[in-house]
Write a protein that binds this ligand. Structure first.
Ligand code: GAR
Length: 364
């Protein structure tokens, strides 16, 4: 059991120590995290953070806040144990357990000179409340690079992989519609054509068919409220989406008919890890109803594309494409039906190829 007194009394001591350092003209660095199963990625990160100043304080998420961020089943180690391990590191001077999901209160109390944050952020993608707190106390922000492939989720997956064969990429599948491509992913996994696991299925549309499929398959599924703007996600929705995907431990985010445009902080949270399926031979016909655009333009061939998602809509690097001939007498419906047949083959194949590269560390 975590002792709540420990949280506050320790914080007072740290705040007083910060003032002492300040008087001596020394610099206090602050960072925070869950540090559940300590690995070399953590250690290198903490060393780098410590090197930014003269002392390092680590805000350590309490068990309740780790559960909220990473899901049930985490943390593996209790807050007291995690704090003890961290405190044993030469590069860590003090550890403060905190009970909240967010870190503003700690920043306000500790008033660090420097705030260090892990590499999937940029100063402008920090939550606004955090940015305001940092401004209030006059702390500067330093973003540190994370060590690729060294994460608690990867460690856990390796542990379970030891017993259950080679590790397979975990997928967060996002969809707004009927989910025929998700069904194709499930079929490919069942038939052994795709080595992957479904970490979570997320929809922005309550009642979407893709959620029914996930429920029937007994897989984790949920709705993220993306807000009222059609085709976009509001700030709260984006934040929730990032948290939910992270909590699932997914290696890849698969947009299988997800009809909203992803922006920051989602893109920055999963760089090179988001794949989108689009029903045209990109770069031709980005946007909505791509096959109708192709038909109306009198194209002789149409098709589908799997590509990496970047800030420019439907314009990221292409991973795989399939062509479909436009036949005389084709209507939008007949053409789209044949494109979907190809999609159901293309998407699992693209995930299989790209997922293997991710696990081998050949991609970021
Ligand atoms: C797919 O045809 C996919 O290409 C398209 O949504 C459909 C989802 O179908 N995506 C886009 O148009 C994205 N711009 P599904 O729900 O049956 O898998």
């Amino acid at each position: 059991m975590e002792n709540p007194d420990f949280l506050t009394s320790d914080l007072d001591a740290v705040a007083a120590w910060r003032d002492q350092l300040d008087r001596e003209g020394r610099t206090l660095v602050f960072t925070n995290g869950c540090f559940d199963i300590l690995h070399v990625g953590h250690v290198r990160y903490l060393r780098e953070a410590r090197a930014l100043g003269d002392a390092l304080v680590v805000g350590l998420n309490s068990d309740a806040s780790v559960r909220e961020l990473k899901g049930q089943g985490r943390p593996i180690n209790s807050g007291a144990d995690r704090a003890e391990v961290l405190e044993a590191l030469k590069c860590v001077d003090r550890v403060v357990l905190f009970n909240e999901r967010r870190v503003e209160r700690l920043i306000d109390r500790i008033r660090p000179h420097i705030y260090a944050k892990g590499g999937d952020h940029r100063p402008e993608t920090l939550p606004p409340e955090e940015r305001e707190a940092l401004q209030r106390v006059g702390a500067s922000v330093r973003i540190l690079s994370l060590v690729p492939g060294r994460s608690t989720s990867a460690t856990l997956a390796r542990l379970t992989g030891d017993q259950a064969g080679p590790r397979r990429p975990r997928l967060a599948v996002l969809g707004s519609g009927k989910g025929s491509n998700f069904r194709a992913i499930l079929g490919a996994i069942r038939e052994g054509r795709l080595q992957a696991e479904i970490a979570v299925v997320i929809s922005d549309v309550p009642g979407a068919g893709i959620l029914d499929l996930a429920r029937e398959a007994g897989l984790p599924h949920l709705v993220v409220d993306c807000g009222k703007r059609r085709a976009r996600i509001d700030a709260a929705g984006s934040k929730d989406l990032v948290d939910r995907v992270r909590a699932s431990g997914a290696d890849l985010v698969i947009l299988a008919g997800f009809m909203r445009i992803l922006e920051e902080p989602v893109l920055g949270a999963f760089p090179g890890r988001i794949l989108n399926l689009h029903p045209s031979l990109l770069p031709k016909y980005p946007g909505k109803d791509a096959w109708v655009q192709a038909l109306q333009a009198g194209e002789k061939e149409a098709g589908c594309t799997v590509h990496l998602v970047t800030a420019e809509v439907d314009a990221g690097p292409i991973l795989k494409q399939a062509r479909v001939l436009v036949e005389p007498g084709d209507t939008a419906e007949t053409l789209y039906a044949r494109i979907q047949e190809q999609e159901h083959r293309l998407l699992p194949a693209a995930i299989e190829e790209y997922g293997a590269k991710i696990l081998q560390g050949l991609q970021p």
